[in-house]
Design a protein around this ligand. Structure first.
Ligand code: SF4
Ligand code: SF4
Length: 237
């Protein structure tokens, strides 16, 4: 059985410990950033940030509410990016069936720009990024190198609030249902984001669009965009 994350946004304080720990573990360089009027920094995922905490601010009545979303690859159970780019260069994309991790390697440099664009288009969560200098395509690896040695992903290891959880998939699904039942008492709209399709399960306390446009799948994992659009047009749907 694969491993899964439960990311309980009701417990996230946006400390960004997970974001920084990820950068440190992968020895990713700093980004040159500028003040954009948001605490979200850098503004988006990029080749030097496999994980970012997204900040979304909403005025509800007279109250300002923050929605924090620690964004990363969902390690889809049937990953569209693997369906698109997995067979082109041997060893460029690894889908570790034991852990469920989808890992892009250094060999992704050999994939064409067209393939990269198709991979990014196919991803329901808009995750893959390409380094324009090296050509390497990158994203969260589930810290598969740590996980196969019995260690936690580094973002889970450092999270001080219990927002980041990791373990056997069944165990995480059980924990997700338990936490959801509790959170729903205070937040009736609380939900799990695509739990049947991904190994990174988010517990959201409100409407997913309040977090981020890709907080839930924009189309069906397991289908690339062309197949998805074909399905949309199909009278059998
Ligand atoms: Fe949220 Fe935990 Fe990440 Fe801090 S380390 S931003 S609390 S998920
Ligand atoms: Fe691939 Fe996107 Fe799924 Fe990650 S979230 S496994 S990049 S399709």
């Amino acid at each position: 059985m694969a491993k899964s994350f439960l990311i309980d946004t009701s417990r996230c304080t946006a400390c960004r410990g997970c974001q920084i720990a990820c950068k440190e573990w992968f020895e990713l360089p700093a980004n040159k950033t500028k003040q954009t009027g948001s605490h979200q920094n850098p503004p988006d995922l990029n080749p030097n940030n496999y994980k970012i905490v997204r900040f979304s601010e909403h005025l509800e009545g007279n109250t300002i509410r923050w929605y924090f979303f620690p964004d990363q690859c969902r390690h889809c159970i049937d990953p569209p990016c693997v369906a698109v780019g997995g067979d082109i260069v041997e060893g460029a994309i690894i889908h570790d069936k034991k852990t469920g991790a989808v890992v892009y390697t250094d060999k992704t440099r050999q994939l064409s720009e067209e393939t990269f664009e198709e991979m990014r288009e196919s991803c329901p969560y808009n995750i893959p990024r390409r380094d324009p200098t090296t050509g390497r395509i990158s994203k969260c690896t589930m810290c598969n190198d740590r996980v196969v040695r019995g260690l936690l992903p580094v973002c889970v290891q450092v999270c001080p609030t219990g927002a980041m959880n990791f373990g056997e998939r069944e165990e995480m699904l059980t924990l997700a249902q338990k936490r959801l039942a509790r959170v729903k008492k205070e937040h009736p709209k609380a939900m799990l984001a695509d739990p049947d399709d991904v190994n990174v399960i988010y517990l959201l306390v409100d409407d997913p669009t309040k977090y981020y446009e890709f907080s839930v799948a924009q189309f069906i994992p397991g289908l690339d965009r062309k197949a998805f659009l074909a399905k949309l047009g199909s009278p059998l749907r």
